[in-house]
Write a protein that binds this ligand. Structure first.
Ligand SMILES: NC(=O)c1ccc[n+]([C@@H]2O[C@H](COP(=O)([O-])OP(=O)(O)OC[C@H]3O[C@@H](n4cnc5c(N)ncnc54)[C@H](O)[C@@H]3O)[C@@H](O)[C@H]2O)c1
Length: 264
């Protein structure tokens, strides 16, 4: 499918990876709906796209809400007449180990709160599900061909200290196979689904962290630096254009290695 002339809905498009994807697809001729909770970031990205000669709308919405999901889909279709590319980048972290022990007694002194578990599952898993379910509904009913994307940093493995995030994101990595299996069974042949699994990426979430911790992260990356959001955007653009990529999750990590030198 060509990017030029298509319509893309990007959740979490007000910052980081979503912003880069929105700008890249716009530069290549797509019309963009930016969905985010942060109105100031929506305004900034929409203005940047329009200043560069592109077409964009912004919708303030919470991806965990069915009503908000219906609202941003309606807004995109009213503005641009269809939806072809869907990239759910809205995501949060609420890190912590499941249990923490008291150093002196060895007994459990803290548990990961249900609030931290639920917030991450709601945004990163349920939010992705709602966005994909309801945009796919609109695309099938409208007869619009396209690509659904999921974002899964951890792909099939998890990260210690992120049981909530990893549980959601491992599920996001599985979705392309399940969705395409279902579409195949139902005879929906013109919508593909691809997962993108970025490694450590240079968004404010990472670049703003403790610089020693950042150095330790970069030491595990074979190319010796963080992945740039624009590199992820270019991969998503390639997935739009290359129909053979389907029902799989692609890693883009720069070569993430661990102490024994084994690529993850
Ligand atoms: N930064 C990394 O190293 C990295 C690596 C791999 C994958 N990811 C994933 O990529 C995605 C984007 O990450 P990022 O680094 O660009 O994050 P970010 O924090 O820069 O951007 C996330 C955006 O999502 C929005 N958002 C959060 N909750 C929302 C909700 N409920 N409804 C609507 N919008 C909401 C935020 O306002 C923000 O603009 C996330 O799913 C993240 O897990 C990040």
């Amino acid at each position: 499918m060509e990017i030029k002339g298509s319509v893309a809905v990007i959740t979490g498009g007000g910052n980081g990876i979503g912003e880069a994807v929105a700008k890249y697809l716009s530069q290549n001729g797509a019309k963009i709906a930016i969905v985010d909770m942060a109105q100031d970031n929506i305004d900034r990205v929409v203005k940047d796209i329009k200043d560069a000669g592109g077409e964009a709308i912004g919708v303030q919405a919470n991806v965990t809400s069915e009503a908000d999901t219906a609202k941003f889909i309606k807004a995109a279709v009213e503005a641009f007449g269809k939806i072809n590319i869907v990239v759910p980048c809205a995501g949060i972290i609420r890190d912590g180990t499941m249990l923490a022990l008291d150093k002196e007694t060895g007994k459990v002194s803290r548990k990961l709160g249900l609030d931290k578990w639920q917030a991450v599952i709601d945004t990163n898993l349920t939010g992705t599900f709602l966005t994909l379910r309801d945009t796919a509904e609109a695309m099938v009913n409208g007869g619009w061909p396209g690509l659904l994307v999921t974002i899964s940093p951890v792909n099939k493995v998890g990260q210690v200290g992120q049981i909530n995030y990893s549980s959601a994101k491992v599920a996001d990595a599985l979705m392309p196979k399940i969705i395409i299996g279902e579409f195949h069974m139902r005879g929906i042949r013109n919508i593909r689904c691809v997962g993108i699994a970025p490694g450590y990426t240079a968004t404010p979430m990472l670049t703003g962290m403790n610089q020693d911790a950042l150095k330790a992260i970069v030491a595990d990356v074979h190319i010796g630096r963080l992945v740039e959001p624009t590199e992820i955007a270019r991969l998503i653009g390639h997935c739009v254009e290359n129909e053979a990529i389907n029902a799989t999750t692609l890693e883009i990590t720069g070569g993430l290695c661990y102490p024994k030198g084994i690529a993850k």
